[in-house]
Design a protein around this ligand. Structure first.
Ligand SMILES: C[S@@+](CC[C@H](N)C(=O)[O-])C[C@H]1O[C@@H](n2cnc3c(N)ncnc32)[C@H](O)[C@@H]1O
Length: 217
């Protein structure tokens, strides 16, 4: 009996230490997960990154925010689209991923990518932008209706918000993270955004683009 108690105690200590380390290094742990999955060949092919960039009709010199930038899969082609005069803000809550984006941008001579460590409920952009882009990141954000409304202050007049995300039928997400296209449409209409584009070529994601005629406000 005493031996069993000692084993249980040791097990408990091991579990607690492992949980503590995972908590302390959660950014690093999540970054490793994303670095090993987000740019997997099959995912990149199904997202049709080049076609998405084309549909966004970005002009040279524009300011674009890639919110929940992850490994920078979209930040890099967005930086190509805005050109040397433009800026792409790669925004994320994970500082390890931002460091990865910065290192790669530096290696590849992409001086127009700036990283922004954001808050859970605010992208903390340093200036208003022409386009705020989300790919598979809006489902990570809580209170999406409020968040999307608050984005208005980060948009230039006529600025746009583009969202690529899984629909409500997706097997990839926990139900608490899922939202449907009609739900998104309701939140965007309530925040006075107007639908200007809708595409269904992005794997099992939807891809919609909204414009804000009355921003910033
Ligand atoms: C599934 S990844 C998508 C990455 C990238 N957009 C892509 O499609 O390859 C989701 C990203 O959103 C980030 N994220 C989670 N919550 C966030 C929040 N509240 N604000 C900004 N980014 C967030 C995560 O750290 C992660 O990098």
């Amino acid at each position: 009996m005493r031996k069993l108690k000692s084993i249980l105690l040791i097990l408990l200590i091991v579990v607690l230490v492992a949980a503590g380390l995972a908590w302390k290094y959660q950014d690093w742990v999540m970054a490793q997960l994303y670095l090993n999955t987000m740019e997997w060949e099959g995912r990149v092919a199904s997202l049709k990154v080049d076609q998405v960039i084309e549909e966004l009709q970005i002009e040279a010199g524009q300011r674009v925010a890639d919110v929940g930038a992850g490994t920078g899969l979209f930040s890099r082609p967005l930086a190509g689209a805005v050109g040397e005069e433009g800026i792409v803000y790669a925004v994320d809550i994970n500082s390890e991923l931002l460091q990865h984006i910065e290192n790669r941008a530096q290696r590849e001579g992409m001086g127009n990518i700036r990283t922004v460590l954001c808050a859970e409920d605010d992208p903390l952009l340093p200036e208003p932008v022409d386009l705020i882009f989300f790919c598979d990141s809006l489902h990570h954000i809580a209170d999406r209706d409020v968040y999307l409304k608050n984005l208005r202050r980060y948009l230039k007049p006529g600025g746009r918000v583009a969202v690529i995300d899984f629909g409500e039928d997706s097997p990839h997400l926990m139900s608490s993270m899922k939202f449907s296209l009609p739900e998104l449409e309701r939140w965007m209409t309530a925040a006075e955004y107007r639908l200007v584009g809708s595409h269904d070529f992005v794997g099992d994601n939807f891809f919609v683009i909204y414009q804000c005629d009355s921003c910033p406000q």
